[in-house]
Design a protein around this ligand. Structure first.
Ligand code: NAD
Length: 279
């Protein structure tokens, strides 16, 4: 079976560099998709309370019968639970819904800077970590100024920052800031939900190396050192997205793909996103 490299987080915890993302997978389809991913060999699943499908992830892990320590599970705190008590309660809810004793990584899903309460949230994350039911804590969609505020006002540096990164949004300013402070960058929407797959530069490289545009794009992330977890419910694509370790891009290929950056987001801008679900 393919050896997926691991990245060591700033507290020593190891995370597989390639995982399986379950955003926009229907709750009813999540167990099957996650089981497919586990069968193919993925050992890292990325979910969130906001996706409404944590239950299916937990069911798949148990049904697959794998040792809990052999699979890495990430979930994320929803935007409505930034206040301390709400955050602690929501974390217990995530564990109960997954029906697992611990998660490997738990993230603040969005900073919501217009509300500006993420320092309180981070202190609650530190409490969760101290409680031992989460192996590493981190953030998602944090810009450098949000991270700087955490450094200034709290005691720990996040283990990971999960941000939008793909060839049309290389997000190198945030990646460089993460790297400078020992924060692992996780690249969400790594193929821009499919939007980069017709790009001529990527298609030409794919034809030359005999791989698909999705594989070339995911390999670009791997060689840049980011953690990725592409999403698909199609078994053949789940397999395709896992087959990244029998070829290499040249430095020139990596640079050519990086040069496609045009600052184009597929998702919300973290500086202005302020969506808080009701209830
Ligand atoms: P993605 O870039 O992984 O693209 C997924 C889509 O691309 C699929 O729906 C499918 O239509 C298509 N696709 C997948 N594999 C393909 C292939 N081999 N060939 C052709 N098309 C293919 O987008 P995503 O799901 O938005 O991001 C991946 C994961 O990142 C999510 O599932 C989630 O875990 C995470 N994420 C996190 C945040 C956040 O705010 N933290 C936001 C979005 C996504």
């Amino acid at each position: 079976m393919t050896e997926v490299p691991t990245i060591t987080l700033n507290n020593g915890v190891k995370i597989p560099q390639l995982g399986f993302g379950v955003y926009q997978i229907e709750p009813a389809d999540t167990k099957k998709a996650t089981l497919d991913a586990l069968e193919v060999g993925y050992r890292h699943i990325d979910t969130a309370e906001m996706y409404g499908n944590e239950k299916g992830v937990g069911e798949a892990v148990r049904e697959f019968g794998i040792d809990r320590s052999d699979v890495f599970i990430t979930s994320k705190l929803n935007n409505s639970f930034h206040a301390r008590d709400a955050a602690l309660k929501a974390f217990e809810g995530t564990l109960a819904t997954l029906d697992l004793d611990y998660v490997d990584l738990f993230l603040i899903h969005w900073p919501l800077p217009m509300i500006g309460d993420y320092v309180e949230t981070w202190k609650a994350m530190e409490e969760m970590y101290a409680g031992g039911k989460v192996k590493a804590i981190g953030v998602s969609n944090f810009q450098p100024e949000h991270l700087q505020r955490l450094f200034d006002e709290t005691g720990t540096v996040p283990a990971a920052n999960q941000i939008e990164v793909h060839p049309y949004l290389t997000n190198d300013v945030v990646r460089d800031f993460d790297a400078k402070y020992g924060i692992a960058t996780e690249a969400w929407s790594p193929i821009a939900q499919g939007k980069v797959l017709d790009d001529k530069t990527i298609v030409d490289i794919a034809e030359r190396v005999g791989k698909s545009p999705a594989q070339v794009t995911l390999r670009w992330h791997i060689q840049r050192g980011d953690i990725v977890f592409p999403k698909s419910v199609t078994r053949s694509r789940i397999e395709e997205n896992f087959a990244l370790f029998d070829f290499e891009l040249t430095d020139a290929d990596v640079s050519a793909i990086t040069a496609l950056d045009r600052g184009e987001r597929t998702g919300p801008d973290p500086d202005t996103f302020d969506y808080v679900p009701k209830g």
